[in-house]
Each structure stands twice: as C-alpha cells, then as structure tokens.
Design a protein around this ligand. Structure first.
Ligand code: MD3
Ligand code: FE
Length: 216
C-alpha cells in the first residue's frame, strides 16, 4: 500500500523567506483551489490565453491572459499595459472577488497591507515552456509589491539579483503557493526554468501562474 500524501504532505502554513522583502506562503491558495480554477475558466472564456510576440520578434512559450482594469501585453512595438484586450478589442474581464480576497490574505501575511492591484497577468505554462530572466518594470509605481499565485504542475523559479549576471536561487513553486515581492526585492531579476513533463489532478499538464500588480 502506498500513502503518498502521508509520506510527502502538501506543505501549508509555512513562510519561506526569499529575500529581505519577499516570501513564499506555502499552500495559502489551497483552500480556494476550486474557486480559483473556476474563476480562471471564466476569465479564459472572455480573454483566451494566447502566445504573444516580444519586441525582439520571438513568440513566447508561455500563453498569457489578463483580468482587471489593465492588462500586460507585448507585440512587435513593445511591452505595455492596456485597458482593452488587443485580441478581442473588448475590456479585459473583471478581477474576480476570490482573487481580491486571496491578495488581502497574502499581503496581510507578508506585511504589505493596503495593496490595491489594478492588473492581474495570467501565465499558462505547458511542459517545456519557460520564462527567461527579466525584471518587471512596466508598472508605474515600483514601490508597490507583486503577489503571485501558482496552480498546477510544479515549476522551478529563479530568483536573481539586481543585475542580470547576479547568481540566482532556485525555488520550487507548487500548486497553491503564493509569493509576495516588494520593496528592495521588487526589481530583482527572475524567471522560470523549462517545465518538466507532469500532470496535476485538477489542471492536467499545465501550470497557471497569476500575478497581481499596481500598473496604472
Ligand atoms: C520577483 N512570472 O509574469 S511569478 C511575470 O511564474 C513572471 O509565471 C513568473 O515573472 C511565473 O512577470 C514568476 C513571480 C514574480 C513576478 C514578478 C516579480 C516574481 C517577481 C517581480 C519582481 C521580483
Ligand atoms: Fe516577471
């Protein structure tokens, strides 16, 4: 008889420090997993995941969508936030109440109370998809933190320094993990290692990460 969950229980309630002003809240989203997955499905029905093109002409391996007043997009002419989805020519779907509630819990736990995001970028990774090292700097107010939620198959997050060549720590991000980055850690380089082939009971062979930002 095997008791996988007993041997390797999902980690919850833990707070792993990544940097002076960033931490992983292990499993914080687990109690809401079904509500979150349904919310993502309804976002996807309005603004489907799509592979965008970078200003350098590369098609991203990660597929993107957004919800909230502003959404992050990229095309040949650059990166920017827009209030209209360029695919549908309609506003991005509203930020679901469950998303806002999770942000409240996370920012309370991490010491960034009062964060009021106007943008949520959703990233969908299939096995093999990756995100190379980058900084997030298209948001107007860089004193505001970023909250990120991971669902589905595992990923290895790379957390570097303020210069691209600074060494990066490798942090596993699992289904239900929530991470908060702010203050001195906000401009650190980060990325995602190509995802290994895997299947998740709820989401199948994919990982969905969504990040809350104050963009406008
Ligand atoms: C650290 N997404 O969407 S989430 C991104 O898992 C992005 O899809 C990754 O990087 C993902 O821009 C990582 C975590 C994240 C997001 C923004 C950050 C970490 C960050 C900004 C500053 C420092
Ligand atoms: Fe990023």
């Amino acid at each position: 008889m095997t008791l996988d969950l007993f041997d390797n229980p999902p980690q919850t309630g833990g707070r792993q420090v990544l940097g002076p002003q960033s931490c992983v809240l292990r499993g914080l989203a687990l109690p809401m997993e079904h509500v979150l997955v349904e919310a993502i499905a309804s976002i996807e029905r309005v603004s489907p995941f799509r592979h965008m093109v970078t200003p350098g002409g590369f098609t991203m391996s990660v597929a993107l969508s957004n919800c909230g007043d502003l959404g992050w997009t990229t095309d040949a002419s650059g990166y920017r936030y827009t209030s209209i989805d360029p695919l549908t020519q309609e506003p991005w779907p509203a930020m679901p109440a469950a998303f806002r509630q999770l942000v409240q819990e996370a920012t309370l736990a991490a010491g960034f109370e009062g964060f009021d995001p106007d943008a949520c970028l959703l990233n969908r990774y299939r096995p093999g998809a990756r995100m190379s090292l980058h900084q997030d700097k298209n948001e107007r107010d860089l004193t505001q933190p970023i909250v990120s939620v991971s669902l589905g198959i595992p990923a290895t997050f790379l957390f570097g320094g303020l210069r691209r060549k600074d060494p990066a720590q490798r942090v596993p991000l699992l289904h239900g993990d929530v991470v908060v980055w702010g203050g001195v850690d906000r401009m650190r380089y980060h990325g995602i290692v190509p995802l290994k082939e895997a299947a998740h009971p709820l989401l199948g062979a994919q990982r969905i990460n969504f990040t809350f930002r104050k963009a406008g």
